[in-house]
Design a protein around this ligand. Structure first.
Ligand code: TRP
Ligand code: ZN
Length: 495
């Protein structure tokens, strides 16, 4: 779709709201791009400049927009009927660019757009729900070093995005009421489900901060990534909760939950940056079995053990929100999403490790996802060893499992490979292969350094190889490279 067609439709649809406004819009659009010849014969032909270029992800080539940098998402959402596949609200994106952008192209499979403003002005836009793109024509191109606020209001049915290989749709989850259980909603968005309910630059290479304000009916609790700032009750009983996620996170890591929850606060844990306290809260749905909570009693210990290996916990709060459907657990930032059926310490350790690897240190490309899964799986061994186990059964179990499954080099080439045994198990073994070349003190400094050096720039396997060489030398790099590149399973790593 060229912009000339797009602006034509959008200007027409905005026409009539105010003649002054229409005039302003038309002027802007003419200055920027021509309308079709039939409409305005004197204008030059459409320019090729105006089609937006996606980020160029090797697995998901259509996602995101190259050159767009979303700094912040400010959400004001309302869930009128928990358990339904619908949502309404406004998101204000604070955006900047790394190259001049004549149009903005957001990923959005979600509800119909009701209103869209660029720095407060109505501007032309086109929402293509099938392609999953919301194309916006700003008054002037967005230039590097400048910022704009883009406000999008929407309401209605959320979009549908089937998971690449799991039997579920990613994005906004609707859990209908059943028996004693009330309806609930939550997000489960990896890799690209956030676009089912929010207009976003839906790629981990563009992490952003979030303010999430959610209004829910009386009796419901909302939870989201970040620190809760406010909870207020309206005269009709509706409750509004506000959360501040002050460190940037990838879009898929945004947690939002609406449920009849019991929120349990625990003592803060001083493992944050510079010894600051990490707030502790968990959310348990009403009516779940009491022993489901047992695993979460280990959260403080998990934070301590992992912070010892990985460095300070990267966010200001941590805990879990428990959900009832049988879905995989997900490392949503500051608030892991934990199914009742996965409420085990080992899963908790895995999701907690992702807070560093995936949520804080983010991926440059989805093909690199073993960097997340390998490190999170490796954390399960570090935890077991901190409990006094030798860990050798775990490593041998991994090796046997990797041997039973098809293997491949670590960087994925297809969607189906993203979360396969290779990403998790061979990924973990690759880190073990590095570890056995050095002593544990050096390995600890290596893991900590990876986080501190790369937390603000999306990572690739090439980065890890270079980093490994610079930190631990040629032998460690060669060991890692074999596990990264070999088409076959390399020999069991041994000291
Ligand atoms: N990253 C998750 C984990 O290993 C797994 C996962 C991938 C997932 N895609 C998902 C979980 C979609 C839920 C939904 O912890
Ligand atoms: Zn994982």
């Amino acid at each position: 779709m060229t912009l000339s067609r797009m602006t034509h439709c959008a200007v027409r649809s905005l026409w009539g709201q105010s003649s002054l406004l229409a005039l302003v819009l038309l002027t802007c659009v003419q200055a920027q791009t021509p309308l079709p010849q039939t409409a305005v014969p004197t204008l030059p032909p459409p320019s090729g400049l105006v089609t937006a270029q996606p980020i160029g992800d090797s697995i998901f080539p259509a996602l995101g927009q190259a050159g767009l940098d979303v700094l912040k998402y400010d959400l004001d959402l309302t869930v009128d009927r928990p358990g339904a596949s619908e949502l309404r609200g406004t998101v204000v994106l604070t955006v900047t660019a790394t190259k001049s952008l004549p149009v903005l192209s957001l990923d959005f499979l979600g509800p119909p757009v009701l209103d869209l403003r660029w720095n407060g002005l109505l501007v032309p836009y086109r929402h293509d729900g099938t392609a999953g793109k919301l194309i916006i024509g700003p008054p002037q191109p967005l230039l590097p070093g400048t910022r704009a606020e883009v406000a999008v209001s929407f309401a209605g049915q959320v979009g549908v995005r089937p998971d690449p290989d799991l039997p579920l749709n990613v994005g906004w989850q609707a859990v209908p009421a059943e028996g004693e259980r009330v309806g609930a909603n939550f997000t489960l968005s990896e890799p690209d489900g956030t676009r089912t309910f929010l207009p976003v630059n839906d790629h981990p290479s563009d992490p952003a901060t979030f303010t999430t304000r959610i209004t829910v009916p009386a009796g419901y609790t909302a939870a989201a990534s970040g620190v809760q700032r406010l909870e207020k009750v309206a005269p009709n009983g509706n409750r509004t909760f506000v959360f501040e996620q002050a460190q940037p996170i990838p879009t898929y890591a945004l947690a939002i939950h609406v449920n009849r929850f019991e929120r349990v606060d625990s003592p803060a844990v001083p493992v944050g940056v510079g010894g600051t306290e990490v707030l502790r809260r968990d959310y348990f749905p009403a009516g779940i079995a009491a022993d489901t909570r047992d695993a979460y009693a280990s959260t403080e210990g998990v934070l301590q053990v992992l912070a010892d290996w990985f460095g300070p916990f990267p966010f200001s709060a941590y805990g879990s929100a428990i959900v009832t459907p049988r879905v995989p657990a997900l490392e949503t930032a500051t608030l892991s999403t934990m199914p009742v059926a996965s409420s085990a310490v080992r899963v908790l350790v895995h999701e907690t490790a992702h807070q560093w690897f995936g949520d804080r240190v983010t991926l440059a490309d989805w093909s690199e996802v073993w960097l997340n899964e390998g490190l999170a799986t490796y954390a399960e061994l570090l935890w077991a060893q901190a409990q006094g186990e030798t860990g050798s059964e775990i490593v041998q179990g991994w090796y046997a499992r990797a041997g039973r499954n098809q293997t491949r080099p670590l960087v994925a080439t297809t969607e189906r490979q993203l979360f396969d045994t290779t990403a998790y198990i061979r990924g973990a073994l690759a880190l073990h292969a590095v570890r056995v070349t050095v002593d544990d003190a050096a390995f600890r400094a290596y893991l900590r350094g990876w986080v501190s050096e790369f937390q603000d720039r999306p990572v690739t396997t090439a980065d890890l190889l270079t980093y490994t060489h610079s930190r631990l030398g040629a032998r460690a790099e060669a060991a890692l490279r074999l596990w990264v590149e070999s088409p076959d399973l390399p020999p069991m790593p041994e000291r």
